[in-house]
Write a protein that binds this ligand. Sequence first.
Ligand code: FES
Length: 234
Amino acid sequence: MGVMTIDGRKVEFTDEPNILTVIRKADIDIPTLCYHSELSVYGACRLCTVENDKGKTFASCSEPPRDGMVIYTNTPRLMKYRKLILELLLAAHCRDCTTCIKSGECQLQSLAHRMGVMDVRFENTKELQPIDDSSPAIVRDPNKCILCGDCVRMCDNVQAVNAIDFAYRGTKALVTPAFDKKIAETDCVNCGQCRVVCPTGAISIKTNMDVIWDLLADKDTKVIAQIAPAVRVA
Ligand code: FES
């Protein structure tokens, strides 16, 4: 049990595992992309960064609360950092947001809107990666991955499947099955939990439309009308 000061307010804490949880308990809005209470802490996105009374900045998700701490969550400096982080994430991300299956529910897109990040000043220097649609359940688009590691921790630590992990470094870094295999060549059990935690369109569930397009690839429009309802029902 302790008391910390957040944005000038005294907030009590008991067994909260990190400062982020105390901030949220105080109903203060703070953006995150890589934090999930049910996953281990990774501290990758740095969007949850806060500032203490000495001007030191640190990620609130990976720091335990301490009695007497004084922190600020939304100073102009922090807002500037967060906008820059979002801009950098967007710079390394493919920009087909308007046609992306996750448009409207993408956390990166919604944070960019919310924080007024309209332009990206940096070029995308990452190599275009092939989309992996080998799985019957999910589609992986590494070009939309922000390397938050949520899917890796879900697949490896929670589901204990170990189908995907980080590979390579720097601008070549990506999340992929080992040895650049396709997802269908791994032990993936098609549980879809990676998609549940993915904040962007990097992992999406294969929709009925995908099935329909596969079925209709060589067929004419007359056949389309017969097949589509059957697939929807299934
Ligand atoms: Fe804390 Fe991503 S939420 S670093």
